[in-house]
Write a protein that binds this ligand. Structure first.
Ligand code: BG6
Length: 499
């Protein structure tokens, strides 16, 4: 798609000294700048509580960029040219002073009043920050004004509705960019290309041809230093309600009328509206115990700093979801995510229907004698890998050459890093889209509310957690939400990448 030139603007990062800003946003802005995507006059204004001046915050930015493996000289040039700072007080934030500072920067650099406010802030201050901006007129300007809101957007349906209503009092939906960084991942966008640019897949993308779909986001990390947030949130709120549900909508949606925000959001919302209400039987929640990952012992969740000793917060979710529409009636979608699993791996696995008759069941499987034979599979499988190696593989049977009649399952594979150099980070893609005013990869108010509404029964009556050992693949109770072809990603083929 042709990219229109980016408008000159000020990117205002609330939480400018915070982790998200340092680890993701500043490096993403740096890369956009070096790739020539930022207008020469565009400035980045960090806003935070710490008492910095421009020079000392520029040093914070340089350190962050160097930590992101960016050359120090280039980092310094970027920070000195583009990065500025504004201190704001926690107790009596003076938004009028912030407005004056922004106008001063705009006047000094000949900027036309285009503003992007990025709220890299704890959710409890989203509403008050938006109020503050609105109260001093920072919701409109001579150019465009956009506001980027991080997840979590609410903690349940009621709070999400309230927050949406609040935000809409100040900003129009067309100004709001709700981030779900999974939507910025290259393979997630490729999913739409795979589906809608290739008749071979789209013609089979339905209940007649597909038996089940599994979306897995496995992480080997634990909660680290985020226990305070995580213990209040859990995997349902942290991963399922947003990232995995977004992936589900993209896999399941109908062909949009155009590749544009409104058309795509409309189709995603239709999927959310078609979800069959959950029952307790559709869900298994787990919590990791101590275990071993990569040969190293790791403590259990309850031993993490900041976790209540009797916490029942889930660190694993395995669930079955049905999309009750014509395309998907009866096809289970299995969603799974967990912390402290064996490794970091995110996949979407599409299991096609088995052949009606298995002609070759009596013939051998052609694996080498020293190879452990994977279970016999007659269903073709498409595995879309989001990470660590973005790409996909299509697994099917071929005849093994030779006199002895045997079949062998082989993968046809495509990996981004074998063909292309430099896949942009999700935040870079999303920031660029936001600066271009493209909301396609951002989440609409209705999507957020529909998604919270779907999971509401689990928040109203938490099903309780079962334990699982760190370093495994979650509680055995959740195995019923696994595909027969699980071995593709779980413990065999994926270890031998490329698959
Ligand atoms: C975040 C969650 O949104 O996504 C984290 O809050 C999680 O708990 C992270 O670790 C995973 O993102 P990625 O891109 O590393 O898969």
């Amino acid at each position: 798609m042709n990219r229109s030139p980016l408008d000159p603007c000020v990117v205002i990062i609330f939480g400018g000294t915070g982790d998200l800003s340092r680890r993701k946003l500043l490096p993403a802005l740096f890369r956009l700048s070096t790739e020539g995507r930022l207008h020469a006059n565009t400035l980045v204004l960090g806003v935070a509580l710490s008492a910095h001046d421009d020079a000392s915050f520029q040093q914070v930015a340089i350190d962050a960029l160097v930590a992101a493996k960016i050359d120090e000289a280039e980092a310094t040039a970027f920070a000195r040219a583009r990065v500025r700072y504004h201190t704001i007080s926690r107790d009596a934030p003076d938004f009028a002073a912030l407005g004056a500072h922004i106008r001063e920067l705009e006047a000094g650099s000949g900027l036309p009043g285009n503003r992007a406010f990025y709220l890299a802030l704890p959710p409890r201050v989203f509403a008050s920050t938006i109020d503050g901006l609105g109260a001093v007129g920072l919701n409109r300007s001579a150019g465009w004004t956009r506001v980027v809101v991080e997840k979590p957007f609410g903690k349940d349906l009621a709070s999400a509705r309230k927050l949406n209503a609040h935000v809409h009092e100040v900003y129009d939906e067309s100004q709001i960019y709700r981030i779900d960084h999974y939507l910025g991942k290259e393979t997630v966008q490729n999913l739409m290309v795979l589906r809608f640019a290739n008749t071979i897949f789209e013609s089979m993308w339905n209940r007649d041809r597909i038996e089940a779909i599994q979306i897995t986001v496995a992480e080997s990390l634990g909660v680290g230093t985020r226990a305070g947030y995580y213990d209040q949130s859990g995997a349902l709120r942290d991963m399922i309600q947003n990232h995995l549900t977004q992936l589900l909508t993209l896999v399941a949606m109908e062909v949009p009328s155009a590749y544009e925000a409104d058309a795509i959001r409309y189709e995603k919302i239709k999927v959310l509206r078609s979800l069959r209400p959950l029952t307790q039987d559709d869900v298994v929640l787990g919590q990791y115990r101590a275990g071993e990952i990569d040969g190293e012992p790791v403590p259990g969740y309850l031993e993490a700093d900041g976790v209540a000793p009797d916490s029942t917060t889930e660190t694993f979710v395995g669930m079955r979801v049905f999309v009750d529409n014509w395309r998907w009636q009866g096809v289970p979608f299995y969603l799974r995510t967990g912390k402290r699993l064996e490794k970091k791996l995110s996949t979407i696995t599409v299991q096609f229907r088995h052949t009606p008759v298995s002609l070759f069941d009596n013939f051998g499987r052609g694996n080498e004698p020293d190879q452990e034979a994977p279970p016999r599979e007659t269903a073709d499988v498409l595995v879309i890998t989001l990470q660590p190696h973005e790409g996909f593989s299509l697994h099917f049977d071929v005849k093994k050459p030779g006199g002895v009649f045997a079949t062998q399952r082989i993968p046809l594979h495509f990996r981004y890093d074998e063909l292309f150099e430099g896949i942009p980070a999700a935040y870079q893609t999303l920031l660029l889209d936001m600066l271009e005013g493209d909301q396609t990869l951002f989440v609409h108010a209705d999507e957020v509310e529909q998604s919270w509404a779907f999971y509401a029964p689990l928040f109203e009556s938490h099903p309780g957690v079962v334990g699982y050992d760190a370093g495994g693949w979650g509680p055995p109770e959740a195995d019923r939400f696994a595909l027969a072809c699980d071995h593709l990603w779980k413990d065999r083929w994926d270890n031998k990448e490329p698959t």
